[in-house]
Structure formats: C-alpha cells, structure tokens
Design a protein around this ligand. Structure first.
Ligand code: ADP
Ligand code: MG
Length: 201
C-alpha cells in the first residue's frame, strides 16, 4: 500500500505519517516512511540540502528537476522494493508539492511539471492508493512551525505572498487529482482518526 500525505509546512504531515507507520507496524507490516525529497539514502540527504538548505538561488526549473531526481532515487531504491515485498510506503509529500510550490508558487508551467514527472516515474508513483492533503489556517500553521523551531528551509522562508499562492493551490490540486482534503486544525489524535476512517481496513 502506498499512502501520500500532502500539505504545506507545519500542517502536521510528519506527525500523521509517523502515526500511520506505527499503525501498520502494529499489524505486522513492513513499513517505510519518506519525507520527500529526503529519505534514508545519503544522496537523498544531499539532494534535500542542495534544494532546501544551502541558500542557492536555483532556477525554478532546476528545483523541479532536482526534486524529480530525488523522487527517482527514493522510488527505485526504497519505495518500489518495499511495495514489491507487500509492504507499506508512507510518504510526506509527492509531486503535488512540486505543482504547488514550483508550479503555483514559482510559476513553472504545470503541464511541464506533470510531463517531467510522468517521464521520470511510473504510474504507481503518481497514483498512490490514498492521497491526503492536510489544511489549516495560516495562523495555526505558522504557530506550529514556530513551535518546531526557526524556519531554516528555502520555501519556508519565502514571503507570505508565495505561501498564499501555495496555500490556494492545494484545494485546486485536490480537485484536479482526486485527493482527500483533511481539516488538520483539530488535535493530533482527531486528525489521525479522520485519516484512519478513510482507509478501507
Ligand atoms: P509538517 O511535517 O507538515 O511540516 P509536523 O508534523 O512537523 O508538520 O508538525 C509541525 C508541528 O506541529 C510539530 O511540532 C507537531 O508536533 C505539531 N502538530 C502537528 N499536528 C498537530 C495538531 N493536530 N495539533 C497541534 N499540533 C500539531
Ligand atoms: Mg514534515
């Protein structure tokens, strides 16, 4: 099973992904959790840092290509083998993040992002079994981000106009790609119950 949790920074993706991981592990499944573009591979850490923490002023298209490269590495080396063994892959983010941040946020053509992704990755990657988008008000989101520490990543540090464009993108992406919008404002346990209620056992 392949589950994706999308949403802006601070919405609670990692928190919910961890809970899902524990849920499936308790059922005796092999589970791997990814945090695109990062995952448990040294090249993933390097790609993550190159895109998000070095402060390079990368072209938006370069961001698309580097995120896609990171996805190819994670898919081929981690996700695909686990799925083939009947395990569960839980990913915080997917290429919908690139549509939101590089497409709606940075102005790269959305159809180009979709074409590049589909050239690079299989249908299974673009069609997870479950796709959730967590949403909360900007106020709550920023408070959660602050609670976690100082903003250190490139897209976290971008101005509020950029964040607004990304925020507004997610409902459109949900509609275009049939993803489930989850109100992430309630407590961690309540949000998790909501997500669990959408899984067919
Ligand atoms: P993301 O991975 O989407 O950036 P995190 O899972 O890291 O978000 O959550 C950001 C912060 O908010 C963390 O400190 C986390 O403990 C907290 N948090 C997550 N979900 C909730 C929630 N439903 N209610 C209150 N705090 C939350
Ligand atoms: Mg996270």
């Amino acid at each position: 099973m392949y589950i994706v949790i999308e949403g802006q920074d601070g919405t609670g993706k990692s928190t919910q992904a961890e809970l899902l991981k524990k849920l499936f592990e308790a059922k005796g499944k092999e589970v791997v959790m990814l945090e695109e573009p990062d995952g448990d591979l040294p090249q993933s850490h390097d790609l993550h840092d190159m895109i998000l923490t070095r402060g390079y002023d990368l072209e938006p298209l370069t961001n698309v290509l580097l995120f896609t490269a990171a996805r190819v590495e994670l898919w081929k080396k981690i996700a695909e083998p686990v799925l083939k063994r009947g395990g569960v892959v839980i990913s915080a983010r997917n290429y919908w993040s690139t549509l939101a941040y590089q497409g709606y946020g940075e102005g790269v053509s959305k159809s180009k992002i979709i074409r590049i992704t589909k050239e690079a990755l299989p249908e299974r990657y673009t069609h997870p079994d479950y796709g959730f988008i967590l949403t909360v008000s900007d106020e709550v989101r920023l408070e959660r981000q602050r609670g976690r520490g100082k903003a250190t990543e490139t897209f976290e540090k971008k101005p509020s106009e950029f964040q607004q464009r990304v925020n507004a993108a997610y409902p459109k992406i949900a509609k275009d790609f049939g993803l489930m919008m989850i109100d992430a404002a309630p407590s961690i346990e309540e949000v998790f119950s909501e997500i669990k209620s959408k899984l067919n056992d």
